[in-house]
Design a protein around this ligand. Structure first.
Ligand code: FE
Length: 242
């Protein structure tokens, strides 16, 4: 089986949110699709390990916001790669709440839907939630929706490991990093996060993490992680453009 064939399936990128007992959560999903028109129903696939799966099941409602092509890596990192278990994703996010208390992210999104959960199907690692659309509207008609293909190709993004579309690549990447590190002689070499697209620039360092400007990527501590998405050093590769 050639696993890369899965990349030829088309997906968009969305932020799915719900709230239960005062706990708001949301995550970046690429598996959102309309399953019926009368009534209008959407289906989403959510990993059982995600806090969002529990929150959606408990509350019985969820929202879907359609991300725009130029969505910032901040919002992708916040909702795509960090867990709501130890971090409030909504603190610095633009959103509103519906009458049912469903949070709807508006930041970097072009439209939104709010759904009432009508059916849950257990598909093994994931739950397939089906919801009837109660309301929806545009936020910005002029912008283009972000597709998963564009995210991968133009923005060098990758799926987090709980995504239904995740392909295990870590071991291959770790090897590549080791061999690339040997060939890099310039201490000013920039490195790019393969998960979210963040670029580590030695000239700037990572002062928030206590890394002084002038620190080469190789000299970063082993437990240093991407400041945007939390990916490990093994998820970076040399960046030679720009
Ligand atoms: Fe990152």
């Amino acid at each position: 089986m050639n696993l890369e064939t899965f990349y030829t399936l088309s997906y968009g990128l969305y932020i799915v949110c719900a709230q239960s007992e005062g706990k708001k959560n949301g995550y970046v999903a690429n598996t959102v699709f309309q399953v019926t028109a009368e009534p209008s129903q959407l289906a989403i696939s959510c990993n059982k390990d995600n806090l969002s799966a529990k929150v959606i099941a408990k509350s019985g409602f969820f929202s879907v916001s359609v991300l725009e092509q130029g969505a910032s890596k901040d919002i992708l990192g916040r909702f795509g790669y960090k867990s709501g278990k130890d971090f409030d994703k909504f603190e610095e996010t633009q959103y509103f709440e519906t009458l049912h208390g469903v949070p709807v992210v508006t930041e970097d999104c072009i439209s939104w839907f709010v759904c009432k959960l009508t059916k849950t199907i257990d598909v093994g690692t994931h739950l397939l939630f089906i919801g009837e659309v109660l309301d929806g509207n545009f936020l910005n008609k002029e912008k283009t929706p972000l597709t998963y293909d564009y995210y991968r190709k133009a923005r060098h993004g990758r799926a987090p490991k709980n995504a239904p579309t995740y392909i295990k690549e870590k071991e291959i990447k770790q090897q590549a990093v080791k061999s690339a590190a040997k060939n890099v002689v310039k201490s000013g070499q920039k490195w790019i996060c393969q998960v979210c697209g963040y670029i580590y620039n030695p000239a700037e360092g990572d002062t928030e993490a206590g890394v002084a400007p002038g620190t080469s990527f190789e000299d970063l501590p082993d437990d240093w992680v991407c400041p945007v998405c939390g990916a490990e050093k093994a998820d970076f590769e040399p960046y030679n453009k720009g």
